[in-house]
Design a protein around this ligand. Structure first.
Ligand code: PEP
Length: 249
């Protein structure tokens, strides 16, 4: 049995006041939610989030991390620092990092390895662009993204990780993948990893991300290989996010 996991990616949004209200409303309404819930705020809000969520069952994590050990890397945040602030998870390879900051599959694989070496569970984002989908390259692109990580840490690395399938064309666009399309891709990912280790693949939680809302979450999460979601925009609205969490059973 895989326990579904819903993670909120606040991206570069929020202030101390906004975060305080959002967290209060979320926490007050989480009763009965069965999924594991994770909040990934901007780095600067992590201490506040950690303090507020410490006495709840909601976990927290980073949106990115440095592949380097602490040292002279201006502007970066080390995995150790996230762990020191009580993070359990860290997103790696979000499509915005890949496209806006030129992160390659190899760089992301190094971040994945560093997260695990420091006791964080990486949430590895993979996904194809619209052009890649239209050229029929989806499976090839996802395979390359996964293979880079397998080369870095081995298939065993996926025993303590989460994968988020996030088609780039669905992120922040309002265009959600249909539940059938999501299932087809999630099944492909699990089958591909199962060729290396069936048990690891079977236990791996694969989230769907891309314009998930309260209105479409239940259908998406109802598919057998969809184990929850990575939620961007909707994670900034407490009622919407809680409804999404509730839909993951
Ligand atoms: C994301 O940023 O990971 C994401 C899925 O965003 P949205 O839900 O806004 O599409």
């Amino acid at each position: 049995m895989r326990v579904p996991i819903v993670a909120g990616n606040w991206k570069m949004n929020g202030s101390r006041a906004v975060a305080a209200d959002l967290l209060d409303e979320m926490v007050e309404n989480m009763e009965g939610v069965e999924a594991e819930v994770v909040i990934c705020p901007p780095f600067i809000l992590i201490p506040q989030v950690a303090q507020r969520l410490a006495v709840t069952r909601i976990k927290w994590g980073g949106q990115d991390l440095s592949a380097q050990d602490p040292g002279a890397y201006t502007g970066d945040v080390a995995a150790d620092m996230l762990k020191d602030h009580g993070c359990d998870y860290c997103i790696v390879g979000h499509s915005e990092r890949r496209t806006l900051y030129g992160e390659t599959n190899q760089m992301i694989a190094q971040k994945f390895a560093k997260a695990q070496a420091c006791g964080l569970i990486p949430i590895l984002c993979i996904g194809e662009t619209l052009a890649q989908r239209e050229r029929g390259e989806t499976e090839q692109v996802l395979s390359q993204q996964l293979d880079a990580v397998i080369t870095q840490v081995g298939i065993e690395g996926f025993a303590d990780a989460v994968v988020a399938y996030e088609p780039v064309w669905a992120i922040g666009t309002g265009k959600t993948a249909s539940p059938e399309l999501a299932q087809e891709v999630h099944h492909f990912v699990r089958k591909k990893l199962a060729t290396k280790d069936n048990s690891v693949a079977h236990k791996l939680r694969i989230q769907y991300g891309g314009s998930v809302k309260a209105g479409n979450a239940e259908d998406l999460f109802g598919k057998p290989d969809v184990d929850g979601g990575l939620i961007g925009g909707a994670s900034l609205q407490a009622a919407e996010f809680v409804a999404i969490c509730r839909a993951a059973r």
